[in-house]
Design a protein around this ligand. Structure first.
Ligand SMILES: [Zn+2]
Ligand SMILES: [Zn+2]
Length: 689
């Protein structure tokens, strides 16, 4: 008599064992039709699973109730499509042997061995997809059957695929006493594959699919073993979702900051300089400097003061802060002075001893700074502070160095040296809430100006069951509440994540979604009860006593490298005027308008704009294309008629047609206004387009 508890809490009782599909049907015909699988006590299963005892059951359908695609449904659909693709490939290329075909986050793959036979190429994709479409149209059921392990192994050995024999052996090592197959149709007659499942009930549930790419791989990832071909594909419940996904992939490729960074000459990574070390070329430096100017202006308005600190500090500083030796793995090795090295060499000190003595503090040296906080702390500690001076807000675009494994680095997003938009706030306990609000309002302003309005925050709180946290629990309560309140005032979605706080304080993280829907984890605002104690910081209170300040670390955009990398992709390299390395290019139509073009160019430069002049002998169409390739926001096309009337024909990047004509001075003034207002007022708008 199974009693089945549904997600809304209702309980259904059945007189005899039922399948998940039957339960779905008993709830409604619509649900039964949409169902692709079931979750039984939290485990994803086939819809045909027999429920013979009490359990919790959720019917899996492609659409989530709150909107969007259901991840479990996609998993089932993709894994099922992998089977369909494998069958199609085997029908077209009977000599291939199947190895392994798991679903992935955005699709699936199947590793295939061609064993000297003809390998497939992307030219074969249409034929494979046509075959798959036939299998889907036949709407054949996925039928599971099981054999005891010994009998199953016998069957696999008779079939002669070492790959499947190996898969089965590993399943048994993992504790399976039976082996299961899924036939696409009827066992014994239709195509089948050794598989744990689960699957959608029938091939007709696969809404839309595509074979996407090929790669080479090795059996078990081992170069010494068989060379395999990995065939990638993806599948969705509907054609619309597949189309949206393919468009996004295409867009992502076009926006890749590593590709655009080269094309637009924004940054360079040089083997001679070192992996993961970004060289900001002149164009990228302009983007960074404009952003830094913007952030600095806002910080000044918020009462921050600017500091500069060196790139290294004594090991003792980091012993006090706790950064050394605890985070040794993610730091460059210490730098030791010549004299000390020489005397150590004379003593015959080995490398092992050296490391040991460095850790113990018997040898001094320097560290490339992994964090800016210790330097800022020493600035705060260098003068006495009264409660009236608080908070003290020290900001610096501070460069730090972290050792990343070489496999992990690439482009601007994983690097070994980067510049944080860093600041440290030293405040009284009663000021924490306001300071957090200030940090978040800055983030809101900057994201708003950049048109990144789709972002969310994560509030990292204590794990209620852990005792690892430093500081007074009452202060923690207040700080956590302040984080929540600050997040709420942003008016964007936020999630509370218990257990995600650092041992020294709660934090707020920012995750921004770019225009094509990908998430970028940026920076953080973090309350700290620990470092003020380690460095014995204090201020003099109204009671004339020493009090401990609270620290807030904040680098809301993370690093300039990561943030600019994200912006390159967000804007697809077409920066708004205020950030664009080249803001306007003057294009004379012919020699006849060359003098006028030079005059315009000079006026634009004198107004402080980053203007250039194309005096080449190219035809005007060619000049326009060159400017467009570099994604220059505005082109000023000038011919003899423009010169006569002291006008400019304006083209804006990304707009097919000419914007029309505008007077010489109005154009220069309009661009200056667009630059100064960071795009709040545009030339385009004044021209009515
Ligand atoms: Zn399978
Ligand atoms: Zn810090």
């Amino acid at each position: 008599m199974p009693r089945i508890t549904l997600p809304d809490g209702t309980v259904k009782e059945f007189a005899a064992p039922v399948t998940a599909a039957e339960v779905a049907a008993s709830i409604g015909a619509g649900l039964a039709k949409a169902a692709v699988g079931a979750k039984v006590d939290g485990e994803l299963r086939d819809l045909s699973t027999v429920l013979d005892r009490d359990c919790a059951l959720a019917i899996v359908t492609p659409k989530k109730r709150e909107g969007g695609a259901d991840a479990d449904a996609l998993f089932l659909i993709r894994h099922s499509t992998a089977h369909v693709m494998a069958e199609a490939i085997q029908r077209l290329f009977p000599h291939v042997k199947l190895v392994y075909g798991p679903p992935l986050e955005t699709g699936f793959y199947y590793d295939i061995s061609f064993e000297g036979g003809k390998a497939i190429s992307t030219d074969d994709f249409p034929a494979i997809e046509a075959e798959m479409a036939r299998i889907v149209a036949e709407n054949r059921p996925f039928t599971r059957y099981e054999l005891p392990a010994a009998k199953g192994m016998e069957k696999l050995r008779a079939e002669g695929s070492k790959f499947k024999v190996d898969n089965a052996e590993r399943a048994q090592e993992a504790g399976s006493t039976t082996l299961s197959w899924y036939a696409t149709g009827a066992p014994g007659t239709d195509w089948e594959d050794l598989c744990r499942g689960p699957h959608v009930p029938a091939t007709g549930k696969i809404g839309a699919f595509k074979v996407t790419s090929l790669a080479s791989s090795y059996w078990k990832g081992d170069e010494k073993l068989d060379r395999l071909t990995r065939v990638y594909g993806t599948a969705f419940a509907t054609k619309e979702e597949l189309a949206a996904h393919l468009t996004q992939l295409d867009e992502a490729k076009k926006r890749d900051h590593r590709v655009l960074g080269k094309q637009l000459r924004l940054f360079h990574i040089d083997e001679m300089v070192g992996q993961g070390l970004i060289l900001w070329t002149p164009n990228g430096s302009i983007v960074r400097q404009e952003l830094q100017n913007f952030i600095s202006e806002e910080l000044r308005k918020q009462g921050y003061t600017q500091v500069f600190t060196p790139h290294i500090g004594k090991l003792d500083l980091y012993r006090t802060s706790g950064h050394f030796p605890y985070y040794r793995e993610s730091q460059y090795p210490p730098v030791i002075e010549h004299d000390q090295l020489a005397s150590l060499a004379k003593e015959g000190c080995t490398c092992g001893e050296l490391a040991n003595r460095l850790e113990k503090g018997e040898i001094d040296g320097y560290l490339l700074k992994p964090m800016n906080c210790p330097h800022h702390i020493r600035i705060f500690a260098s003068s006495p502070h009264s409660y009236r001076d608080m908070p003290v807000r020290l900001s610096e675009f501070g460069t730090v160095y972290r050792w990343e494994q070489s496999g992990e680095i690439g482009g601007m997003t994983r690097v070994r040296g980067f510049t944080q938009d860093d600041a440290h706030l030293f405040c009284r306990e009663d000021q924490v809430a306001d300071e957090l609000l200030g940090c978040l309002s800055l983030v809101k302003l900057i994201f708003g100006t950049l048109g990144m309005n789709d972002y969310r925050v994560r509030v990292g709180l204590r794990d209620p069951d852990s005792a690892k946290y430093v500081g007074d629990p009452k202060n923690w309560d207040k700080a956590e509440e302040a984080c929540r309140t600050a997040a709420r005032t942003l008016g964007v979605p936020f999630s509370e994540e218990p257990g995600e706080a650092a041992f020294y304080g709660p934090k707020i993280d920012f995750v921004v979604k770019d225009v094509i829907g990908r998430s970028w984890q940026l920076g953080t605002v973090q309350v700290d009860y620990n470092l003020p104690v380690r460095f014995d910081l204090s201020y003099i209170g109204a009671d004339n006593q020493h009090h401990r300040p609270v620290m807030i670390h904040r680098a809301p955009f993370g690093s300039m490298e990561r943030f600019v990398g994200c912006l390159i992709e967000h804007f697809a390299g077409a920066f708004p005027l205020w950030l664009a390395p080249e803001q306007v290019r003057v294009l004379p139509i012919s020699e006849k308008s060359a003098d006028y073009a030079r005059e315009l160019h000079a006026a634009l430069k004198a107004a402080g704009l980053r203007a250039s002049l194309d005096e080449s002998n190219d035809r005007i169409q060619g000049k326009i294309k060159d400017a467009s390739d570099m994604k220059v926001p505005y082109c000023a096309v000038v011919g003899p008629r423009d010169a006569e009337g002291r006008k400019v024909s304006v083209r804006a990047f990304g707009t097919e047609a000419n914007l029309g004509e505008i007077g010489f001075d109005a154009f220069v003034d309009g661009l200056v206004r667009e630059y100064r207002t960071r795009g709040a007022e545009t030339v385009k708008a004044t021209m009515g387009k």
